[in-house]
Design a protein around this ligand. Structure first.
Ligand SMILES: Cc1ncc(C[n+]2csc(CCOP(=O)(O)OP(=O)(O)O)c2C)c(N)n1
Length: 358
């Protein structure tokens, strides 16, 4: 049973295992081994390296619109690390790169999506993820359906579905929670509260004192965790996954974090983000927190950081070489895989396109 079950309306202190200085809270046994912690740190760092490169690729016109993860790495890596990729599923929104990688998606495949290549939307066989979802919250009912199906098939699998505070205001979220509670679907609702839905701040999103408190209305637990704390997010998700796996149904996790960059490459947050608020989150960097913790235990130092950063930079560059070796997408491909029998208007447009591009 969760140590923290949301009482209706009460303000809640997020569960924290590591302080911003990297000190383990008294009485807490880490839910991750040292190897898992180092692997989690590496994945968080890879995501940060990728974000920087992706931003520059987008500015060069080689990538389409892209949403960075920066600041939210612990929230996504901590939760994804609690899964067994062989039987569990990840259903993403669009800001969950490291969860997809941990499930087994090759980085080069992820890149193809942002290069407009159809292959980027094709999930390789055996990788338990659904595609990126841009239509807000549409993935949440699908995740519940998937989880319900796994329950019927008795696979033992659990689904973690990711979405933001903005998506949690959509009807799809509430309908999905309701059904999941009724059928006790093995699903974990991972709500990344990063403070913003583009330019809409959290306080304009909902009058509820905590977004996790909504779970009460659907008959399952809600829990609030420090989303910049890898260990706490992992522990809370592991408990929610264990609940789901043993037939006790869903959990709503509100992971309190902060979006340190723009909403995406088309956004200018300087027009609406309070600079002081942004500054106040900088000392809470989730990557630095784990590095400090490991350094205090002599498992990390600056030399090691530089070595790993160089390795990760080379890894991202190598994935880009693979992605760029794929044939460039053609305009006529826009018409593929949408309709089995395209309407005549689309057939005419497609014919005109093929004529224009051949
Ligand atoms: C149904 C729908 N409505 C509106 C949008 C436009 N839109 C794209 S992202 C976004 C904000 C999403 O915020 P949140 O769910 O908190 O996720 P975040 O981007 O902060 O991770 C909006 C309104 C959309 N994609 N889909």
């Amino acid at each position: 049973m969760f140590a923290q079950f949301i009482p209706d309306g009460a303000p809640v202190t997020p569960i924290q295992h590591l302080s911003p200085d990297g000190v383990l809270a008294a009485g807490v046994t880490p839910s991750m081994s040292d190897d898992q912690l180092l692997a989690g740190l590496r994945l968080m760092m890879l995501t940060r390296v990728f974000d920087t490169k992706a931003m520059s690729l987008q500015r060069q016109g080689r990538f389409g619109t892209f949403s960075q993860v920066t600041g939210q790495e612990a929230s996504i890596v901590g939760s994804a690390s609690a899964l067994d990729p062989l039987i569990d599923w990840v259903v993403p929104q669009y800001r969950e790169l490291p969860a997809l990688l941990r499930q087994g998606l090759p980085l080069s495949r992820f890149m193809l999506y942002f290069m407009g290549n159809l292959a980027g939307s094709r999930i390789p066989d055996g990788v338990n993820i659904l595609p990126i979802q841009i239509s807000l919250a549409a993935q949440i009912p699908q995740a519940v359906g998937l989880a319900w199906g796994l329950q019927m098939q008795q696979t033992g699998g659990v689904v973690v579905v990711y979405f933001g505070d903005g998506a949690s205001s959509e009807g799809d979220f509430h309908e999905a929670c309701n059904l999941a509670g009724v059928v006790k679907a093995p699903v974990v609702f991972m709500l990344s509260n990063n403070g913003w839905a583009i330019s809409t701040p959290r306080h304009k999103q909902s009058a509820a004192s905590s977004l996790a408190s909504r779970a009460i209305g659907y008959g399952f637990p809600g829990v609030v965790v420090d989303g910049n704390d890898l260990l706490a997010v992992h522990a809370v998700t592991a408990e929610a996954v264990a609940r789901a796996r043993s037939g006790h149904g869903p959990t709503l996790i509100e992971s309190v974090t902060y979006r340190m960059g723009p909403h995406n490459t088309a956004d200018d947050p300087t027009r609406y983000v309070d600079a002081a608020a942004l500054e106040s989150w900088k000392p809470l960097d989730p990557i630095v927190r784990v590095q400090r913790h490991l350094a205090s235990r002599r498992l990390w130092d600056d030399d090691r950081r530089q070595t790993v950063e160089a390795e990760l930079s080379a890894e991202v560059d190598a994935a880009l070489v693979i992605a760029r070796a794929e044939p460039a997408p053609t305009a006529s491909q826009l018409f593929d895989h949408v309709y089995a029998d395209p309407p005549s208007t689309l057939q005419r447009q497609r014919a005109a396109r093929i004529g224009a591009t051949s």
